[in-house]
Ligand binder design. Structure first.
Ligand SMILES: [Zn+2]
Length: 154
């Protein structure tokens, strides 16, 4: 058992690519572990699933609250802030001929998306442009492990 979402004693930073592949879906693996980007308009959670939180699909670290989600029209789920200061790591990303700020999960280091300063109508002015397949929605009050257990089997 190597799944850091189901066993909090596992250090996800020590997992091999083969470990990650054993429980992530192929697109989840490509995004989190290989910094791929889902095609716009094709990801999870373009519509609001309801009250609750969005957790890293790799390690179950809580990243975003539903109350911080907004509709940017960019084709990916958008948030104006992370759920708390311990959620993310930010990195400078100079790939693809652009200078961008990359967001990674603070627990497992998985790639999540990028932050843009282009949404002045939100409380922060920021758009956290998130790959929907990088996260799993946990409804308010639900058991996090149970939601992950069901998702891993799907
Ligand atoms: Zn993670």
């Amino acid at each position: 058992m190597t799944d850091p979402a189901l066993d909090p004693t596992i250090d996800p930073r020590r997992l091999s690519a083969a470990d990650w592949r054993s429980f992530l879906q192929p697109l989840e693996f490509a995004i989190l572990r290989e910094s791929a980007t889902e095609r716009p308009g094709t990801g999870r959670y373009l519509e609001d699933p309801g009250p609750g939180a969005f957790h890293c699909v790799g390690c179950a670290h809580r990243l975003y609250g539903a109350e911080h989600k907004f509709h940017s029209g960019c084709g990916w789920p958008s948030f104006f802030q992370e759920v708390d200061p311990g959620a993310l790591e930010l990195h400078r990303d100079v790939t693809h001929g652009m200078i961008r700020t990359e967001m990674r999960c603070k627990r497992c280091g998985g790639h999540l998306g990028h932050v843009f300063e282009d949404s002045p109508w939100t409380p922060t002015g920021l758009r956290h442009c998130l790959n929907g397949y990088a996260v799993l929605y946990v409804p308010k009050g639900a058991d996090i492990k149970e939601v992950f257990r069901l998702h891993r089997r799907a």
